[in-house]
Design a protein around this ligand. Structure first.
Ligand code: ACO
Length: 350
């Protein structure tokens, strides 16, 4: 049997600029109480507007992960970079990271799976290690949300939730029998693709434009890629039907965690740590309750960072590892759900 892949090094980076709920009240009608009650978030970090990008934060996290893996950027033989807030519409962040770290002319793949992006990226990397094609893969999840949020009251239901940061891991072959990523499980349901989405700029020319925008009409079909109207109406910001996302997430999170455990003939009692994507503390608490997990079996840090989308799972895993909450032989489950909808899990014997 071919060896499994293991996380040989992990790291994360969050910007210095700390933004409290109270700080947001300067820009929009909201309150610390509303944000804490509905989301559990107390503060988040925002990247330096001009000095930091999704890639530069990814690079910081990657440097730590590479060093902790006992390797060097020159030895990395493949990059998988997950983000929904890339530096450029194209090319992707993978090549920018390859350039910044002065790596060899290795392959660089970008994954666009939003909140489940990191778990999807990990799954892709895992297959390359298992097949023997690559030996040292860098997997990065990074986001600079703060550059693309609507900080007026119009956008408050979305803007208060998100924060910036990055996490990274280096995957290598497992060193001992039974160690490593036991399995990954990927799912999607595009029926509700527009429930949590950023529509513009895009090539849909309004054909797929759903209902939330009052301005939708037949005459708008064929509109340009980018227009003043889009900016004026806030169509260049993320749209989210929060309650609809919540309803689907609380079903799919437990499902995909149970699927991973079942596939490996394990149960929730065997689980040392669940790292759920930090979408919303209420969702994580609901999942914990549904799976009857103890507090010490679940790691949450959304209170301090907000929802960092593709970066949330690796940031939380990295923090938990630094705090000694992930030890050799522990059973760790990563689970994510997000826009698409897409959802995924990875079960790891550390
Ligand atoms: N501050 C104050 N009031 C607000 C804010 C805000 N930041 N945002 C919305 N409101 C108001 C609304 O305008 C509305 O007012 P109204 O009743 O006068 O019309 C009221 O609060 C309730 O709005 P809802 O959108 O129905 O609020 P809800 O109680 O559903 O909470 C939330 C919103 C927190 C987004 C919730 O729906 C949720 O948690 N959904 C899950 C989605 C999620 O977690 N997304 C994260 C990103 S996606 C992902 O990672 C999977």
């Amino acid at each position: 049997m071919r060896p499994l892949s293991r996380i040989a090094g992990i790291g994360h980076y969050v910007p210095k600029n700390l933004v409290t709920n109270h700080d947001l009240t300067k820009y929009m009608e909201t309150s610390d109480e509303w944000i804490r009650e509905r989301t559990g978030i107390e503060e988040r970090r925002y990247a330096d507007r001009l000095g930091e990008t999704t890639t530069t934060m990814g690079v910081e996290a990657a440097r730590i992960a590479i060093e902790r893996a006992g390797t060097t950027p020159e030895q990395i033989d493949f990059i998988v970079f997950a983000t929904l807030s890339p530096d450029y519409y194209f090319p992707g962040c993978g090549v920018l990271l390859q350039r910044a770290l002065k790596m060899k002319e290795i392959g660089a793949l970008d994954v666009r799976n939003q909140c489940s992006g990191f778990v999807y990226a990990l799954s892709v990397a895992d297959q390359f290690i298992r097949s023997g094609m690559y030996q040292n893969i860098l997997v990065v999840g990074a986001e600079k949300h703060s550059f693309g949020l609507d900080f007026t009251t119009r956008g408050r239901n979305v803007s208060v939730i998100f924060g910036d940061g990055a996490g990274a891991v280096v995957l290598q072959r497992a060193e001992r029998e039974g160690q490593g990523i036991l399995s990954t499980h990927l799912h999607s349901d595009g029926e509700s693709a527009e429930i949590l989405a950023m529509y513009n700029p895009g090539t849909h020319a309004n054909h797929w434009m759903p209902t939330p925008y009052a301005t939708f009409d037949e005459a708008a079909i064929g509109q340009t890629f980018f227009s003043h109207k889009m900016i004026e109406e806030g169509q260049v910001y993320p749209y989210m039907d929060g309650p609809a996302v919540f309803k689907k997430a609380v079903v799919k999170f437990p499902e995909v965690i149970q699927e991973a455990l079942f596939a490996n003939q394990l149960t929730t009692a065997d689980l040392n740590l669940l790292i759920p994507h930090q979408a919303n503390l209420r969702i994580a608490q609901f999942v914990q309750q549904k799976l009857k997990l103890r507090d010490d079996q679940v790691y949450n840090n959304i209170q301090r960072y907000g929802n960092t989308t593709a970066a949330s799972v690796p940031i939380a895993l990295s923090e938990a590892w630094e705090q000694g909450k992930v030890k050799e032989n522990d059973l760790v489950c990563l689970a994510a759900f997000g826009s698409g909808f897409t959802w995924a899990s990875a079960l790891i014997r550390w």
